[in-house]
Design a binder for this molecule. Sequence first.
Ligand SMILES: [Zn+2]
Length: 360
Amino acid sequence: MRWLGAACLAIAPLLHAQGADPRATVTVGSATAKRGERAYGALVVPAGSDSGTTIQVAVINGAKPGRVVAFISGAHGTEYTSIVALTKLIERVDPKKLSGTVIVVPLLNVASFEQMVPHINPVDRKGMNASYPGNPSGSQTERALAMVAEQVVKPADVVVDLHGGDLDEDLRPYSYWMRSGNSAQDSAGRALGIAFGLDMVIVSDVDITNPARTRSLSGYSLLLGKTTFVAEAGRSGLVTAEETGMLVTGSLNVLAALKMIDRVVPPAPKINWVGHDQRVRADSGGMFYAMAARGSRVVKGAKVGTITDYVGRKQVDVLAPQSGVVSFIRGVPSLAKGSTIVTIVEVFDGAPPPWAKPAP
Ligand SMILES: [Zn+2]
């Protein structure tokens, strides 16, 4: 008891100092940054029912206080443009000139990246953008996401989730405005999505009372009351300076809009508001040939591609399921039963409609 009393005396001034600046020091995994510092480290996910993994992180703790923004990509480890963009963002944010804290996680799904397996974590075949809030005693994806949820998502005020066309996706760049129906949260997400600067925004309404809709990073972030949006650029394994630049510039624009860096947010482009995506999935395997370009406008019933068997005989044409814009179309011939062939988004006539509770 005497020992405890002495310890309390020693700790009291420290607690007071921490109360004045709760983020004088920020730690994520093994990365610890004091104010004005950039630190690198990792979330080390120990082995459990399957192997462990190491997710590298950077923490940029600004010299002055401000918001906490988490940038995350690589849930899909072969969406290279988004992953490369976030590695470049880290060096572009100067901790000495930053107000607030930036946490950057460029590559969540290391096994997907290293083994070049799209869409899933090949270790446990689970989706790393479909398993929040994770589970500390689950399989690798669940154990990793439990750490990301606690150490990256929960401390953040704003969560930016970056993606791109995967190995099999020829994708037109766009953002998602994820709406919960909470007007303050939705307008904050809209403002950051517009500041990001991509000129097509897919409006996606989420019912956060439906657990199935809060298992993605953005859905989970909405559930926790965070400001969030998703942006995508890149396609089919290509990494171009143009598309990487869109994501780096957009991320810097978000920090500027939050007044965390000294940068003028460029005027917003004219936004094409779209929504209600309809996708066509393959009924069986085959070889796919795209006949519509990413980003092109199509009318319902238009031929957007054709499928042959493996000796070149035509099997079926693929028709647009609705009128709208091709947000992405399959960029490779490979098809398996259930593969997404094309996604068409409806174009809103002017401003998007108000939030509506989606059907379960
Ligand atoms: Zn993705």
